[in-house]
Write a protein that binds this ligand. Structure first.
Ligand SMILES: [Zn+2]
Ligand SMILES: [Zn+2]
Ligand SMILES: [Zn+2]
Length: 83
């Protein structure tokens, strides 16, 4: 496993470009989720927890852990008495 110090984000030139090309900027950090090396232009930092993510992980990070406000589960047993 070679220590890659280049950004692993693959850019697409267009819709028809299925392969794309790597960003190849020097990576400055690592995605906290998938572990990809990411350069500063491809780093999305979460304002809420301060972690760094690549764009796609940032998107899912914001839609998953931070999307739902952490609420204590309120289970109110309802006893419905049907006469
Ligand atoms: Zn990622
Ligand atoms: Zn990059
Ligand atoms: Zn976060």
């Amino acid at each position: 496993m070679a220590a890659s110090s280049n950004c692993e984000i693959v850019l697409l030139r267009g819709i028809e470009d299925s392969d794309g090309y790597p960003c190849e900027r020097a990576s400055t950090t690592q995605c906290s989720d998938c572990g990809s090396q990411i350069c500063d232009v491809h780093t999305e930092e979460c304002d809420l927890c301060g972690d760094s993510f690549c764009a796609s992980c940032y998107y899912s990070h914001m839609t998953e852990p931070h999307a739902k406000p952490v609420l204590p589960e309120r289970v109110q047993p309802k006893r419905e008495r049907s006469a």
